[in-house]
Write a protein that binds this ligand. Structure first.
Ligand SMILES: Nc1ncnc2c1ncn2[C@@H]1O[C@H](COP(=O)(O)OP(=O)(O)OP(=O)(O)O)[C@@H](O)[C@H]1O
Ligand SMILES: [Mg+2]
Length: 247
């Protein structure tokens, strides 16, 4: 479980102070599927970095499964990150000239895990890439590269997945593919927190949080979220929006 209590993040650049997050109070229970939305610069990635233990709050506390991560030394923080959290980024962040399976193996190398090849292969099978394990990133489509990145994120069996604009660089079909995967991983019990600008993507979430100027301005349960098995094409959303505006 995630608990942010009065979390503030201030970036200092010379004499200038920038309040990227201001007094955030937030609880996310295990098994939630949360979308974080908000304009550019509203603090989404800053919040994600804190949730992912890549950064610590300037003020306030972050409790992850009851552990006050702000008090931890860097090596303990890295350990928690490796065990509990899987990351997915907009730009995939795969290592070039390195096969899919080798990319997926890397977190296991850092964790000193055994049976790395078979675990990595299994993770790639889970994302539907069994036939592509030897491919290099530049031999894969964007959607496939993101699936490799998801396999890499889940190979250590983290309880929580954090995704910062995971579909930001993808076409509609690949976006739906990635969302189907993320929803499936959530159905299997993992907590998923994803940042997105796209309403269609946020439509799959169980809960939508909106940030503005480093503050939470709304936090809503989505009672009729989009069914991932029957996604409505984006074009139909636009048609629905247009007709709503007409009436
Ligand atoms: N490392 C940093 N040093 C200084 N300022 C930063 C740093 N990272 C972010 N900021 C500032 O903090 C604010 C919030 O940035 P953040 O990256 O969290 O926004 P965001 O909501 O993710 O935006 P986007 O949608 O463009 O990704 C911005 O004003 C940004 O310029
Ligand atoms: Mg961002």
């Amino acid at each position: 479980m995630i608990q942010l209590k009065n979390v503030t993040k201030i970036y200092r650049m010379g004499s200038v102070e920038l309040r990227a997050l201001s007094n955030i109070n937030l609880t996310i229970e295990d098994g939630e599927l949360v979308a974080i939305m908000g304009p550019s610069g509203s603090g989404k990635s800053t919040m994600m970095n804190i949730l992912g233990c890549l950064d610590v709050p300037t003020e306030g506390t972050y409790l992850l499964d009851g552990i006050d991560v702000g008090q931890l030394k860097d090596n303990r923080l890295a350990e928690i990150r490796n065990h509990k959290i899987g990351f997915v980024f907009q730009s995939f962040n795969l290592i070039p000239r390195t096969s899919a399976v080798r990319n997926v193996e890397l977190p296991l190398v850092y964790a000193g895990a055994k049976d790395r090849r078979s675990k990595a292969t299994e993770a790639l099978e889970m994302v539907g890439l069994a036939a592509r394990i030897k491919h290099l990133p530049n031999e894969l489509s964007g959607g496939q590269q993101q699936r490799v990145a998801i396999a890499r994120a889940i190979v250590t069996e983290p309880t929580m997945l954090l995704a910062d604009e995971p579909t930001g660089n993808l076409d509609t079909a690949s976006t739906m593919e990635i969302m189907r995967l993320l929803v499936g991983l959530n159905d299997a019990g993992r907590t998923v927190v994803l940042i997105t600008h796209e309403h269609e993507v946020a439509g799959f979430a169980k809960r939508v949080i909106r940030l503005r100027d480093g503050k939470i301005v709304s936090d809503k349960i989505q009672h009729n979220r989009t069914d991932v098995n029957a996604p409505i094409p984006v074009s139909q959303y636009e048609a629905a929006d247009a007709s709503a505006n007409e009436t």
